[in-house]
Design a protein around this ligand. Structure first.
Ligand SMILES: [Zn+2]
Length: 144
């Protein structure tokens, strides 16, 4: 048993650490037939809107605006989330026209506002049972 601790993504394929501009980007699918954009990628490779199987992998925009958010006071059951509580979950609308739900970091929960510009960041979710650090995507107030 190795005691080497690893940093591992919550799930493969949710984002790329180095996109076209060298920064992290969420990975989605765009339907080449109807233009619908999906996040996460469609695992069955089929557009929910038009049932086309012509999907292209795209890097989603790093920035978007808070569409809605909620502050969660209790850890959800199931042990899936082991981070701090309360925590904020935001629905961030990206320029591609889709809304992505993610944890919010680097801001006091009382200061989150609808319409606020957020940017993507890759951050620690929690340590797993083997002591590895699970990483996930989050949103933080945009620097610019
Ligand atoms: Zn489609």
């Amino acid at each position: 048993m190795s005691d080497t601790k690893k940093t591992i993504p919550l799930r493969e394929g949710l984002w790329t650490d180095k996109g076209h501009d060298g920064t992290p980007h969420l990975l989605g699918h765009r339907c080449l037939n109807c233009g619908e954009v999906f996040f996460p990628q469609k695992e069955n490779g089929t557009c929910t809107n038009c049932h086309s199987t012509k999907l292209e992998l795209i890097e989603l925009s790093r920035k978007g605006k808070v569409f809605a958010f909620s502050v969660v006071m209790l850890r959800p059951p199931g042990g899936y989330y082991r981070g701090d509580v309360p925590y904020a979950l935001a629905n961030v609308e990206l320029p591609e026209g889709i809304v992505v739900e993610g944890l919010v970091t680097d801001i006091n929960q009382d200061d989150i506002k609808v319409g606020m510009e957020m940017e993507l960041t890759i951050d620690k979710l929690h340590d797993d049972d083997e002591g590895n650090t699970l990483m996930t995507y989050k949103f933080r107030p945009s620097a610019a």
